[in-house]
Structures are given as C-alpha cells and as structure tokens.
Design a protein around this ligand. Structure first.
Ligand code: HEM
Ligand SMILES: *[C@@H]1O[C@H](CO)[C@@H](O)[C@H](O)[C@H]1NC(C)=O
Ligand SMILES: *[C@@H]1O[C@H](CO)[C@@H](O)[C@H](O)[C@H]1NC(C)=O
Ligand SMILES: *[C@@H]1O[C@H](CO)[C@@H](O)[C@H](O)[C@H]1NC(C)=O
Ligand SMILES: *[C@@H]1O[C@H](CO)[C@@H](O)[C@H](O)[C@H]1NC(C)=O
Length: 323
C-alpha cells in the first residue's frame, strides 16, 4: 500500500507537479457510495422547502466546523462526561441544524455503512441548502474529508471571529486559516441570510463608547429600526434578520446595505474601514459577481485543515466519536 502510494505520488508529481496526500476531489464517493451526494441533496432540500432558515443554519455550521480544527465535523460532536465539545462553547449561540445532519447520516449509513464522513455531509448539505433557491449548485464541493476525533469547547473562542472584532483582528483570524482579505470580504457575504442576536450588536445602538451613544458608523435610520426590535441593552432573546428585508434570500444585498452603513455587526462595518476591503465591498454589489467569488472562497474555506486518506475516521454517528 505504502509503495503504491509513493509510486502514485511520483506519477502525480510528473503529471501535475504536485504530490499531496491531503487533497479533496470531485465525486470521492462515486464508487464507495454512488448515491451519497443525491441523498444529501434530497434530504436537505426537502427540509429547506419547509424551513427557510435552514440554509443559514447549515452555512454557519460549516463555517464554524472549518475554522476550528479544520473541516473535520468536530462542530457536530456532543459533549460527554469527560469532554466539553465545541458545541457547548459561548460562540455556539444559536447553532442549529444538527438534527438535519443526523437524519442524512442515518440514511447514508443504511445505504452504505461507514463510507461517508460527517464533515463531507455538512459541507454538501450547506451547499445544497443555499442552492435550493436557485435549483442549481451554487458552488462545487470537493469530497474526501474524514472526521476528526477531537472537539474542545476551549478551542472555539480563539478560532471563531467575534462580531466585535475590528478589521485587523478579523483579517488576522482569516489569514491564520490560509484565507485572504478577499476571502474575508466575500465570505462575510454569507450574512445575506440568517439572523443575529440583539446582544451581539445592541452596544452599537445604546452605549457604543459608554456614554449612552450610538455607533457613528451605523446608519441612523437603520439604527432607529433596530431599536424597535432590540428594546434595550439587556435584551438577550430577540434576533433580527441580518440583511434587512431579505434575510432568507441569498443575494448581494449584504454588500449594498453594507455600503450604506447598514451592516449589522461591528465586524461587518469593519470591512469598510480598510482601503482594500472597502474596495472589494464596492466590487461585490451585483449578485452575479458575488456568486462567482463566493463559489471560489467557499472552496478554499471547505479545504481548511481537512483530514484525508487514513487520518481521522468515518464516524458512525455524527455526534459521537467511534469507540
Ligand atoms: C468574518 C467573521 C464573522 C463573524 C464575526 C461572524 C459573526 C456572526 C454572528 C455573531 C452571527 C449571529 C449569531 C447569532 O446571533 O446567533 C453570525 C451569523 C451567521 N454567520 Fe457569521 N460571522 C463571520 C463570518 C461568517 C462566515 C465566513 C460565514 C459562512 C461562510 C458566516 C455565516 C453566517 C450565517 C449564515 C449566519 C446566520 C445563522 C443563522 O441565522 O442561523 N459567517 N455570524
Ligand atoms: C427526494 O426523493 C423522493 C423519493 O425518491 C422524491 O419523491 C422527492 O421528490 C425527492 N425530493 C427532492 C427535493 O429531490
Ligand atoms: C451552547 O452551549 C451552552 C453551554 O455553554 C449549552 O447549554 C447549549 O445547549 C449549547 N447550544 C447548542 C446548540 O449546542
Ligand atoms: C483592533 O483590535 C485589537 C484587539 O482588540 C487592538 O489591539 C487593535 O489596536 C485594534 N486595531 C484598531 C485599528 O483599532
Ligand atoms: C454604558 O457604559 C458605561 C461604561 O461602560 C456604563 O457605566 C453604563 O452603565 C452603561 N449604560 C447602560 C445603560 O448599560
């Protein structure tokens, strides 16, 4: 096996100039589980049809998976008596959709047991959920990820960017994952769908610098609207659509709103504070341009720190590391 791999590498080196064990590829399951991708798509899109919030849930979950220990399904692990998993960390706020991944996994285990990783299921389901509205895949998902065996709540804060971050801390976080300023701006466009909790931005409405003031970088009309939703600094339960008027519609309006100072979080507004990222925001005002860039950045995000080959495992249940 080892000899074969080295031989394959030499061939690959000669042909493509690369030799990586850790590469994902198209249709990884075409032999081991030919209907895998169709099953993921079918279940995901059937559920999206009755839950328009699901695309946002799955897209964010995939992001949280990839930014902590790479896209290895670690976000899906349930805590045990001996381990507090990623799921139970502070930034998990409102992570949802675990039941969807479990349902898909159950079906895949019945069709081809032990073949399809939870990390791949999540990557595919996020893509299929967002794509439902378009009836065509919005980005390509390469497969062959394996599942990690470690999930620690204590690693989440240091890896998931905070909505209170400024431009330089955001960029540092993305660069530490091998992503660029361009990826940062493009992937932030995911906030065209979904909701945010008042407590994560109400300082911008009520007490920005501790003087009972408003964030001057937030459009006053938008701020007034947000105040009708988030009634005070102590509101810890209300959520607001991140993209006013179209929080289930995946489109470029995030960038149109952002340019008009209507980004919900400080981390959104921060993209206007750097010359380069500000310019990129300007270039993404049209959905066709945004979709093209998003497809490429998602491919890069989906490849962060992946386990392939014999690394990790194929979990039997997405919430539980195989014993
Ligand atoms: C740039 C740094 C980012 C920060 C600081 C950030 C922060 C946040 C926060 C605070 C929320 C709201 C959570 C809540 O109140 O429940 C949120 C929601 C969301 N984020 Fe991000 N995020 C970032 C990047 C991303 C990326 C790269 C993606 C995916 C590619 C993403 C996808 C989403 C989605 C889809 C939601 C809505 C979730 C839902 O409604 O279920 N975010 N984000
Ligand atoms: C999923 O599969 C079922 C049964 O094969 C089929 O009736 C249904 O139309 C499919 N749904 C989607 C969204 O593809
Ligand atoms: C998030 O973590 C808290 C504990 O910090 C836990 O009570 C809650 O159930 C977790 N949420 C999810 C979606 O797992
Ligand atoms: C950004 O935030 C970091 C960490 O809080 C801080 O050290 C840095 O000075 C801030 N940068 C700017 C430009 O405000
Ligand atoms: C606003 O912030 C200041 C300084 O942190 C604090 O003393 C004050 O209590 C805050 N106001 C409210 C309404 O929480």
């Amino acid at each position: 096996m080892k000899t074969y791999f080295i031989f394959a590498c030499v061939v690959a080196l000669t042909v493509a100039g690369v030799c990586q064990a850790g590469v994902l590829r198209k249709n990884f399951y075409s032999n081991s589980c030919p209907s895998a991708e169709a099953i993921v798509k079918n279940i995901t899109q059937t559920l999206v049809a009755s839950d328009p919030g699901l695309p946002a849930d799955l897209l964010r979950m995939h992001f949280h998976d990839c930014f902590v220990r790479g896209c290895d399904g670690s976000v899906l692990i349930t805590s045990t008596a001996n381990n507090i998993a990623e799921k139970d960390s502070i930034p998990n706020l409102s992570l949802e959709g675990f039941d969807v991944i479990d349902e898909i996994k159950t079906e895949l285990e019945s069709k081809c047991a032990g073949k399809v990783s939870c990390a791949d299921i999540l990557a595919l389901a996020a893509r299929d959920a967002v794509s439902f509205q378009f009836q065509k895949p919005m980005w390509e998902v390469l497969t062959g990820r394996r599942d990690g065996k470690v999930s620690l709540a204590s690693e989440v804060l240091a890896n998931i960017p905070s909505p209170f971050f400024n431009f330089s801390t955001l960029l540092k976080g993305f660069q530490s994952k091998g992503l660029t300023v361009h990826d940062l701006v493009v992937l932030s466009g995911a906030h065209t769908i979904g909701h945010g909790n008042c407590i994560l931005f109400s300082n911008r409405l009520y007490n920005f610098t501790g003087k009972g003031d408003q964030d001057p970088s937030l459009d006053p009309t938008y701020a007034a609207f947000l105040k009708t939703k988030c009634k005070s600094l102590s509101d810890t339960t209300t959520t607001v659509g991140m993209d006013p008027d179209s929080s289930t519609n995946f489109d470029a309006s995030y960038y149109v709103n952002l340019k008009h100072k209507k980004g919900l979080f400080q981390s959104d507004a921060a993209l206007l504070t750097n010359r380069i990222s500000n310019k990129i925001v300007g270039e993404l005002q049209k959905s066709t341009d945004f979709f093209k860039e998003f497809a490429q950045s998602m491919k890069r995000m989906g490849a962060i720190g992946v386990l392939t080959g014999n690394s990790g495992e194929i979990r039997k249940t997405c919430g539980v590391i195989n014993s």
